[in-house]
Design a protein around this ligand. Structure first.
Ligand code: ASP
Ligand code: MG
Length: 415
């Protein structure tokens, strides 16, 4: 007998028929003698609908009230899911985040989980119930409802699995696992049977939308065994298992996946004085405006001045451009401000990079062969990212997917 947490995303609970399918899957696991905790998202589109509704009342709704409102999406699906499981003849009980007591900080709309009281869930499980918990929501120590950021039900699932020391956390979604890249861009993309936790973390933060980044961080920290599967296939197929490096197959391909992200924009300050404190003078006002900076490049100074470029989320582009033009340029004595919001970031990810030289040059050569100019580069131990013109994104992703042997059957260890 195992204790399994199953998290179902919005498309998996999109309507009564889908919810009945969820209940049938839960019933299969229950019949095998497993204890099951189900975590659900709101029906697909519901959270967006609620946010739109709030915006019809107020352009920038109060975040406490927004949380009270958007958390209702999950409150509906927990009750429906519990009813559907009962319909399968299995006792089930639903809980909101505050009923469980998923304690969070008070950062409304992006709260962090501080603690989960697992006692009530455990007592129900031991009494033979399937427990259904609302994803995405928690409660502060003052009893205010909070939400965990978009896609936050993944984090609820993993956090509950950690709190209950579950044997496995299964994330059911509309794709049957983690792919080498987005199959909509590269039809030859393949499902990975395993991917390391570190690779998954890079891929999630680089734009692969399969799991919320924070849920992957959580799984790493608490060593939760995490698996991504489809709720749309009848077979309980294996999906993709997120492994820790020491447990993964010995012979790994060098590159596991290609990630991409169109959500960034580039800003440059040309002719800034090349002296100590300049990076701080540029980036601290940006940080104070709550703009997150991703990549940063500074050129070698010539004649006492240098060029400084960085990327931000595209939503923050106009705000940052204004800040550079009206505040930072005059403050630093820079010559010129430039911006480009038609860029994208393409990244190759793989733990095999650690032990293989020449991966970067292979990447750059591939892009050169396609005539694609690289504007910025950043690397970590297991990732190389480049910024390029967004119009070449698909071309770059396809070419890299091929170069690194990810197309078709080229890489027999995975898929
Ligand atoms: N319903 C929330 C959202 O749409 C949380 C989730 O689905 O994970 O972001
Ligand atoms: Mg989701």
């Amino acid at each position: 007998m195992a204790l399994i947490v199953q998290k179902y995303g919005g498309t998996s609970v999109a309507n009564p028929e889908r919810i009945k399918k969820v209940a049938q899957r839960v019933a299969r696991f229950h019949a095998q003698g497993h204890q099951v905790v189900v975590v659900v998202s709101a029906m697909s589109g519901e959270t967006d609908r609620l946010i739109r509704l709030a915006r019809e009342i107020h352009a920038r709704p109060d975040e406490r009230e927004l949380d009270v409102m958007v958390s209702t999406g999950e409150q509906v699906t927990i009750a429906l899911t519990a009813m559907a499981i009962q319909q399968e003849g299995i006792p089930a009980r639903s809980y909101t985040g505050s009923q469980v007591r998923i304690l969070t900080d008070n950062a409304h709309t992006k709260a962090r989980i501080l603690d989960i009281d697992a006692a009530r869930l455990r007592a129900d499980l031991d009494a033979g119930f399937v427990v259904v918990v609302a994803g995405f929501q928690g409660v502060t120590d003052r009893g205010d409802i909070t939400t965990l950021g978009r896609g936050g039900s993944d984090t609820t699932g993993v956090a509950i699995a950690a709190a209950l020391r579950a044997d496995e956390c299964q994330i059911y979604t509309d794709v049957d696992g983690v792919y080498t890249t987005d199959p909509r861009i590269v039809p030859q993309a393949r499902r990975l049977s395993t991917v390391t936790f570190e690779e998954m973390l890079e891929m999630a933060s680089l734009g692969s939308k399969v799991l919320q980044t924070r849920s992957v961080e959580f799984a790493g920290k608490y060593r939760v065994k995490l698996r991504v599967l489809s709720s749309f296939t009848e077979s309980d197929n294996d999906g993709t298992l997120i492994t820790f490096e020491e447990q993964s197959p010995m012979e790994q391909p060098i590159i596991s996946g290609i990630a991409f992200n169109r959500d960034e924009a580039k800003l440059s300050l040309l002719g800034v004085p090349d002296r100590p404190g300049i990076a701080h003078a540029i980036l601290s006002p940006v940080g104070a405006a709550h703009v997150d900076v991703d990549m940063i490049i500074q050129n070698i100074g010539v004649d006492g001045s240098t060029d400084f470029s960085f990327t931000v989320h595209r939503n923050d582009y106009n705000k940052t451009l204004d800040l550079l033009t009206h505040t930072i340029k005059p403050q630093t004595g820079a010559r010129e401000v430039r911006g480009d919001n038609r860029i994208c970031k393409v990244s190759i990810v793989g733990v095999g990079m650690r032990s293989h030289a020449g991966v970067a040059s292979q990447m750059f050569q591939t892009l050169a062969n396609e005539g694609i100019n690289i504007q910025m580069i950043s690397t970590s131990e297991i990732k190389i990212s480049v910024v390029i013109d967004e119009k070449y994104m698909e071309l770059a992703v396809r070419a890299l997917h091929k170069t690194f042997g990810l197309d078709g059957e080229d890489s027999p260890n995975k898929g």
